[in-house]
Design a binder for this molecule. Structure first.
Ligand SMILES: *Cc1c(COP(=O)(O)O)cnc(C)c1O
Length: 366
């Protein structure tokens, strides 16, 4: 078995994997109803929301598409705040469904500037919604969502948030920060295999939903709401993944959200310090470096593809590469969900051996 240290899918504890080996049950029967009600209540606690929360059988991207098609109409103006691959993807979805997207893009490795968001909203009063990635997994940067939300709400716009790799790991009080649609995915910080997107929908998002004309069938929030009243989902859900989620949410609430967030912060800091001690540099500025994924810049001769290959083939450690234009320029280590200091120590110790084999020359002070 290899050490999977990518920012999703993340490793799952045995209790969670075992929950998935259960026999199937009727997804419209009383037993599943009870599980669904329980899972939904627990998710609300971890989302820190009183809003509606739905399970969608999808990867995270399905949740992003659902956020768009349920709140917007073709021709609606949308401001996309993008700091990487996933921010761009969110904008592309909106565009594909006919939104008129104004792209506010920031240099990869940097966080979004809330003042620039303010200027963009001032410049075009017709903008209806703002798309933001809370934690940009491709660059290892966490946006100051509290501040961005403040700006978006000063202008009374709809705030659609990709929190796929942050919610449940990094502080994100959905109601306090007035997020209108908030999306996460089971295979990131939730210690569950891929297969479910979880979404929260505010009153303001419901008001938008009543007028939204983008085509939708499978992703219809109104259908999800009607069925949840009967403790069901509109379509057959990924029953096994719901079993897994039921166990993981129990474990998460036992640990406590505050402790989980603190553990992620501690492990992320340890990862950054460890990488710097090896002579590497962190791609993102420390002020906004992510607590769920660390991106490391390829420097002084380092061949990241070779590095990842040696780690994988000779040490059974799987790290992530760079995506898009960052391919070969960075490598990434995921530290979200089921992760401890020991897991990172092992990666750091192994990197000390493998880095020189992948061409890295230590240029620190002797
Ligand atoms: C993983 C991720 C996605 C994509 O999720 P899929 O589950 O692969 O569809 C989108 N946004 C962010 C920030 C992510 O980390």
């Amino acid at each position: 078995m290899s050490d999977l240290r990518i920012p999703g899918p993340t490793p799952c504890p045995d209790e969670i994997l075992n929950a998935m080996s259960r026999q199937m049950i009727n997804h419209r029967g009383p037993e599943f109803a009870q599980i669904l009600v329980d899972v939904t209540a627990k998710l609300k606690q971890l989302f820190q929301t009183k809003n509606d929360v739905f399970l969608l059988t999808a990867s995270g991207t399905g949740g992003l598409e659902a956020a768009i098609v349920n709140t917007l109409s073709p021709g609606d103006k949308v401001l996309s705040v993008s700091i990487g691959v996933f921010g761009d993807r969110f904008a592309t979805i909106a565009q594909q469904f006919g939104a008129e997207v104004t792209a506010l893009r920031f240099e990869w490795g940097k966080a979004a500037d809330a003042n620039a968001v303010m200027k963009a909203l001032q410049a075009d009063p017709e903008i209806k919604a703002v798309l933001v990635t809370h934690n940009e997994t491709s660059t290892g940067v966490t946006n100051d969502l509290a501040r961005i939300s403040q700006v978006v709400k000063e202008f009374d716009k709809l705030l659609l948030v990709d929190a796929i790799s942050s919610l449940g790991s990094i502080e994100l009080p959905v109601d306090d920060w007035q997020c209108d649609v908030t999306v996460t995915g089971s295979q990131k910080g939730w210690m569950v295999p891929p297969g479910l997107a979880m979404v929260a929908i505010s009153d303001k998002a419901w008001q938008a939903n009543a007028k939204a004309k983008m085509p939708r069938f499978y992703w219809d929030f109104a259908k999800a709401r009607n069925y949840l009243e009967k403790a069901q989902t509109p379509w057959t859900p990924a029953v096994s993944i719901v079993f897994a989620l039921s166990i993981s949410l129990g474990m998460m609430l036992d640990e406590g959200l505050t402790n989980i967030i603190a553990r992620h912060a501690r492990i992320a800091k340890m990862t950054r310090e460890g990488m710097k001690a090896l002579g590497l540099s962190i791609f993102a500025n420390e002020h906004y470096a992510s607590n769920t994924v660390t991106s490391i810049a390829a420097s002084t001769g380092l061949d990241t593809k070779k590095l990842l290959k040696i780690l994988r083939e000779e040490h059974q450690i799987v790290l992530g590469g760079g995506q898009g234009s960052l391919s070969g320029k960075i490598f990434r280590i995921g530290h979200l969900g089921w992760v401890t200091e020991k897991d990172i120590e092992k990666v750091l110790e192994t990197l000390a051996i493998v880095l020189p084999q992948a061409g890295f020359v230590y240029e620190g002070l002797e």
